[in-house]
Design a protein around this ligand. Structure first.
Ligand SMILES: [Fe+2]
Ligand SMILES: [Fe+2]
Length: 173
């Protein structure tokens, strides 16, 4: 099992730059059991990030030029980036995304739209709740799966982003 990289991540970067050189085929020569673990983990992360991006998308109150909306737009951009991170990794490994992920879009819509109707406190509380689940999930997947080093770094950065989201929403509550 690979060790945790002891890197600190800059969570003020909500969409890190990706160069052509960073795109590549992955997983050649990996034993099938390792590939199966990576595939399962990537599918989980891809669908969870779709849900997260959709929650923030529907929490944004159109036309409100306040601090909460500004933070939600930033969080949505960040989650869309996470979603793309895992879509790219799935493709690099030669895996297909989960064709049932629209169900996660629906859950994201329900949570995002529902909490927006209930008001700002509910928006923030939903954020804390969902992101806490995400951080926990990230920790489990980091500990239990033998990732390649590049993918592990992306997962760690995204996990740091989720922790920053929790801190932000808690501070605003
Ligand atoms: Fe995320
Ligand atoms: Fe997040």
């Amino acid at each position: 099992m690979e060790e945790q990289t002891n890197v600190t991540y800059d969570v003020s970067v909500i969409r890190p730059e990706v160069n052509e050189g960073q795109i590549g085929f992955r997983g050649q020569g990996f034993p099938p059991v390792r590939l199966a673990g990576i595939r399962k983990g990537l599918l989980t992360l891809h669908t969870l990030e779709l849900m997260a991006a959709t929650i923030y998308r529907f929490q944004i109150r159109a036309g409100q030029r306040d601090d909460l909306n500004l933070r939600l737009i930033g969080a949505m951009c960040n989650e869309m980036t996470h979603y793309q991170d895992f879509q790219v990794k799935l493709a690099e490994y030669g895996f297909k995304p989960n064709c049932l992920r629209w169900a996660f879009w629906l859950v994201g819509f329900a949570l995002g739209f529902g909490s927006r109707l209930l008001g700002p406190r509910s928006i923030l509380k939903t954020g804390v709740w969902v992101e806490s689940k995400a951080v926990h999930h990230y920790a489990q997947l980091l500990a239990s799966i033998e990732w390649d080093a590049d993918t592990r770094r992306i997962i760690e950065k995204d996990q740091a982003d989720e922790a920053a989201h929790i801190a932000r929403w808690k501070q605003m509550l």
